[in-house]
Write a protein that binds this ligand. Structure first.
Ligand SMILES: [Fe+2]
Length: 196
């Protein structure tokens, strides 16, 4: 009798407790104060700015994967590889930006629907587009990120948030500028076989 009872108890304890519900313990847009010697207004400005550049970076990252899958033509192989390399580099930026927001005491954007509501990068069509159009879309998205990141970096420096300034300058701006170089050389109209 007691053995059966014990066996039954053990089975119940091993059962995963799923379908649990609860309240958010930190809502989006709310800050939790951390002892990092920055005022709440400085942190709020940095978190808001970082969430904007995060949304645009997630969108740019995902556009690279779309183009990695959907590209076509004589440059298929090199662009297929290049787009995936840039996707991975943008993915690193996404993680650094989101974790910077959390370490400042904010809440980072994460899910696609929330990103779509926030991003300034125009939505591309679902179908396949020619290589020059793919490259042009990516260049435009990079320029949006670069323009906002430079302005946000200056704001962060002026308000004393050196960590945010460093992330924006050293990683976001330098990384995006390098990717723009590699991309833009693909839409320079030079002869492939015979010189002009
Ligand atoms: Fe792949």
């Amino acid at each position: 009798m007691s053995k059966t009872t014990n066996a039954g108890t053990d089975v119940d304890r091993a059962r995963p407790i799923d379908h649990q519900m609860g309240h958010e313990f930190q809502g989006y847009g709310h800050l939790t104060k951390r002892p990092i010697a920055l005022s709440e207004s400085v942190v709020r400005q940095s978190v808001d700015n970082l969430n904007q550049v995060l949304a645009d970076t997630i969108t740019l990252r995902d556009m690279y994967k779309k183009h990695h899958w959907q590209t076509a033509g004589p440059t298929f192989h090199q662009l297929h590889l290049l787009f995936d390399k840039h996707f991975e580099e943008q993915n690193e930026l996404v993680d650094s930006l989101a974790e910077r927001i959390q370490m400042l005491g904010g809440v980072s954007l994460a899910m696609a629907a929330d990103v779509a509501e926030t991003t300034l990068v125009p939505r591309p069509p679902k179908g396949r587009e020619e290589v020059p159009v793919q490259v042009s879309r990516l260049l435009h998205a990079h320029e949006i990120v670069l323009e906002e990141a430079r302005s946000m970096a200056r704001q962060a420096a002026a308000s004393g948030d050196d960590g945010t300034n460093d992330l924006l300058v050293s990683d976001v701006i330098r990384g995006n500028e390098k990717q723009v170089w590699f991309l833009s050389e693909h839409v320079v109209d030079v002869p492939l076989v015979r010189a002009d």
